[in-house]
Write a protein that binds this ligand. Sequence first.
Ligand code: IVH
Length: 671
Amino acid sequence: MSNKNNDIKIEIIQLRNQIKQWNYEYHVLDAPTVSDELYDSAYHRLVKLEEQYPQFNSNDSPTKTVGNKPINSLTKIFHQQPMLSLGNAFNYEDLLKFDQQIKKTLSENNIEYVCELKIDGLSISITYEKGELKTAATRGDGIAGEDITNNILTIKTIPKIIPINSKLEVRGEIYLSKEEFNRINEKQQQQNLPLFANPRNAAAGTIRQLDINIVNSRKLDGFLYYYINATNDNIKTHEQALFTLQKYGFKINEQWQLCKNIEEVWIYIQKYQKLRNTLPYEIDGIVIKINDLTSYDMLGRTNKAPKWAIAYKFPAVTSVTKLLDIFPTVGRTGKITYNARLQPVIIAGTTVTFATLHNGDYIINRDLRINDLVSVKKAGDIIPEVIAPIISNRQINNIIFKKAINCPVCKTKLEQVPPEVDQFCINSDCSSRILKSLMHFCSRNAMDIIGLNEKILLRFLDLKWIKTISDIYNLINLRKEILSLPRFGEKSFTNLANSIILSKQNSLERLLFGLGIRHVGQKTAIILAKKYLTLNNLMEATFDDLANTNEIGPIIATSVIDYFLNPTNQQLINNLQNFKLNFNYLQKNQSQVLNGKTFVLTGTLTKSRNEFIELLNNYGAKITNTISNNTSYLIVGENPGNKLAQARKLNVKIINEEQLQNLLKEVAKNG
Ligand code: IVH
């Protein structure tokens, strides 16, 4: 090899290693050490060298893998047909109801079902064209998912080539076996990396990984169970669809069974409920599907789920452990919740250390005592709950529970007005109540202010920079003070300030929910915002008008009226108005005023890519990945990448997040 070629080879190898290291820092450690510019220039240099010197090509190069762009560069794929969820059944009665409803709609008494294991993984959709795997996507919001094609290609059991030419879309579940999950977690532990809670989380973390080396090192697997539009290919039953998929080379879960009636379905369920722990992968129930595909259209679907199938969920899993302590906490409304500290116990794949005990009466009614052995239940995403003591095991000196008399934080005497089961701290200046109200206001489903987490809010409260919700909007004037805090750099301040500014434009329902008006949850906030359109209209609403609103009623009406009559709350609203918060309901679809416009993102922004997609979709606009002549706007954040230069070259309008907000405000006004 000539000297020059040798130098090139060395440079290529060095670039590859460097880029892999940066990928690792970015994706795995979540701690990038280089700017986008430096990354991009190194990456492009490598691409150029690899093009010029193909003799040094290697499949191991980061240019051949997907691990070379930030996590949010996963592009969206729109599903040809929405990816729905399934309705749930929890007992035999629910199944009978499902069966009867089907018989009624189809006027048919002999219904055959196919039962399948409900694999606890992630649903995916794969498309094939001309016999070749074209795309693979996650479920996402059901309408569009993320492009995970490259990662799916690493799964050996998913065929890349199938023996048919026509277009095919198949759906299924990606999962990790219990064994593989344990292996991955052992490795995480050895490397001092955070552990995955369960195989499902580990699979989710892997499938969205952009570092192909990591994906490759974890043995993801997939079962396929859904042949989209099978009837178009002359397939008449689900049974036949499964056989066909298998014939094409897909991996089908072999435990499926054809059942002649719902009684047989129940026997199948009982069988697998018992066998569940012996399976090499996690299942969380059984999926029951009508066998006759030709009846699917007649049965139709709801917004969320088809009516031709149902998911039987296994009962929540319980376990026994020791109750080490009982302690109360104060919520934003002053409500006292009692919590259990437990000897750590693994339930359904996750370690449980704390569980809720709800209120004092709940504990007294069950006579739960500290040091008792107790049964603990964990159902899905619901907070673990202590169910009952194991009385037979009780030691004589286990400590009998007594309700707290004073607030655990501000020491104010607690109130409980029967028949109310909860005790309340009625001190509105209680620091725990204030902290929790602020956390609620900033939370994702409320004003979605990123960066104001519990720790930071606590710090700002201690420093008296915040006393109440409206003070959040004054934080942007405390730049110097905030920058003087340890570990608070210019970048975190800018991100925080942007997020605060952006939140001012939120639609009314987010603000209403964020204010924490008693009984006004997310759904009620939407109903109120849609009906009254502005905060002022709502503040002027009469009790009768409120109480007569569908789904509102007298309790919520009283709570809303009381809230706005309270002078402290009136002052808060005044302050928020002075900070120029949007008080109007911004109708989604009100205007697809940005229809046809395309946006591209670059640099670090205060919202995730998905959040921008959601925001802009509401206005009819789209987000794409690359700058072209068709790009309408480039939204620029901190440390923009190459896209900025490309946009300048093509004369694409360049705006920052604040300008985007102004633009949206402007178009919404005019639209
Ligand atoms: S059929 C229209 N079959 O369970 C939806 N789903 O609770 C068709 N799942 O979103 C889904 N195993 O992610 C089906 N054998 C199976 C399944 C299964 C797991 C998941 C799937 C679905 C969720 C619904």
